[in-house]
Ligand binder design. Structure first.
Ligand SMILES: CC(C)(COP(=O)(O)OP(=O)(O)OC[C@H]1O[C@@H](n2cnc3c(N)ncnc32)[C@H](O)[C@@H]1OP(=O)(O)O)[C@@H](O)C(=O)NCCC(=O)NCCS
Length: 196
């Protein structure tokens, strides 16, 4: 049985879309009762995918991390999940910098840090494109003007994905990482992002 949704849960973001191979995927906002699904996703992810997402070797999330990742306010912090057969196979999220930056640090109030991860077995089927496109639309509706993301220089899939989303992506390289800024005003509508 699904637990009652938390206050402010955006039901309007729930939608079933078909992948090109016909698989039906539910896209919806994350909820606290997704914590066990997220934990199982971590177990299925390869060390390489986890490293590319979290920039540190990791295998298993601590309980407080699962709570932080699944408890959002749906305005300044929002995460969308892709669900197949009641299991989470992908997550995209943004955290508005103003909501997570250390007190006193001046940040652009329109900017949000964004990140995405898709289970290895489900990669290359358009799930991240659909997640990020939907997340961008939701973010714009909540006053976010640009996503910023740190991407490891060797992470070609993520850089490819960002360029698919927008021709206006701004990239700067520092050491082994790209800092990417994705203005949300003129996102390209990728064919895969259309609701199925
Ligand atoms: C990056 C990642 C999220 C992509 O997810 P995905 O569901 O496989 O992405 P999609 O299938 O939607 O692909 C979108 C685009 O990405 C690019 N892409 C995907 N896989 C690629 C690959 N192996 N090489 C180069 N480009 C690739 C393509 O441009 C693709 O567009 P297309 O559909 O027109 O070919 C996934 O590889 C992942 O989870 N990686 C580990 C975590 C990570 O790197 N997160 C980013 C840091 S925030």
């Amino acid at each position: 049985m699904t637990a009652p949704r938390p206050a402010g849960y955006p039901d309007e973001l729930t939608e079933v879309a078909l992948l090109d191979d016909g698989t039906a995927v539910e896209f919806r906002a994350i909820a606290p009762d997704d914590a066990p699904r997220l934990e199982r996703l971590f177990w299925r992810l390869s060390p390489e995918s986890l490293y590319r997402r979290f920039f540190t070797p990791m295998t298993h999330p601590r309980p407080e991390m699962l709570v932080r990742l699944t408890t959002v306010d749906y305005v300044d912090r929002l995460a969308l999940v892709a669900v197949v057969a009641d299991e989470v196979v992908g997550v995209a999220r943004y955290d508005r910098l103003a909501a997570v930056a250390p007190p006193g640090l001046r940040v652009d109030p329109g900017e949000a840090e964004a990140a995405v991860i898709v289970e290895d077995a489900w990669q290359g089927r358009g799930i991240a494109t659909r997640l990020l496109w939907r997340l961008s639309a939701a973010a714009r509706a909540r006053g976010v003007t640009a996503f910023v993301a740190e991407v490891l220089a060797e992470n070609r899939p993520m850089m490819g994905l960002l360029r698919v989303l927008s021709p206006d992506v701004e990239v700067s390289l520092s050491g082994r990482e790209y800092t990417v800024r994705l203005p949300l005003a003129a996102l390209r509508q990728h064919p895969a992002s259309r609701p199925g």
